[in-house]
Design a protein around this ligand. Structure first.
Ligand code: ATP
Length: 203
């Protein structure tokens, strides 16, 4: 069973992943893989070097992420060019890691966490999708506090994602995370129980 865990920025994905890891799930993070594939020697590195100017790499050949982020932030064409390199490489890595984990421990639940699972079309490698949902104002305040940015900067980070209502169309479960940590824990215990009940019914 491969669960995709998604949610827009500040919704609480990392917090939910920690809960699922505590339950024994193997958690794979697509953002971490995205960084790995773009390091020298990584799966997407050669293509990045080919497609982006030398100014986006330091002397040792490492990708200058903040500089590249600046380039793609307000430039849809450049962002699409970057995504066309990174996403397929991450997808291949995920597929390999999933197969290896399943061979080692077939019963273990695997969780793939990423904000862009729907946007980047990772759905075909997932058995089901969970969406962590928090209202825009709640996410805005969480991002401001966590990243020490003002509301304008936080809003800018929130703008590039598909609305939660769109993602909800693909979700088997929605984890509501508008309240405090204790409420989230309760919500997760309930969703986790429902998930296992439905797994057993399907068997
Ligand atoms: P991103 O997409 O930016 O990685 P995320 O979806 O992984 O975000 P988290 O980092 O888990 O979100 O949560 C955002 C911030 O809100 C964190 O500082 C986290 O500790 C806090 N947070 C998450 N859920 C709650 C909650 N129920 N109560 C209080 N704080 C929370």
């Amino acid at each position: 069973m491969v669960i995709g865990l998604t949610g827009n920025i500040g919704s609480g994905k990392t917090t939910v992943c920690q809960f699922l890891a505590d339950k024994g799930c193997l958690c794979l993070n697509a953002d971490v893989l995205g960084r790995q594939v773009s390091e020298p020697g990584g799966e997407a590195y050669a293509e990045l070097r080919q497609d982006f100017d030398a100014e986006y790499f330091d002397e040792a050949g490492n990708l200058l992420r903040p500089k590249l982020a600046e380039l793609v932030f307000n430039n849809a064409a450049e962002l699409a060019r970057l995504n066309a390199i990174i996403h397929p490489a991450v997808l291949r890595c995920l597929q390999r890691e999933i197969l290896a984990a399943q061979a080692e421990e077939p019963q273990r639940v695997i969780v793939v966490e990423a904000a862009l699972l729907v946007e980047a079309n990772y759905l075909p490698i997932l058995d089901q999708l969970w969406l962590v949902w928090a209202d825009d104002q709640v996410r805005l305040h969480r991002v401001m506090e966590r990243d020490k940015v003002d509301s304008k900067q936080a809003q800018a980070r929130m703008n590039n994602q598909l609305p939660q209502t769109e993602k909800a169309k693909y979700a088997r479960y929605i984890v509501h995370n508008n309240k405090g940590r204790a409420e989230l824990q309760q919500e997760l215990e309930a969703v986790w129980q429902q998930f296992w009940q439905e797994m057993e019914q399907e068997d």
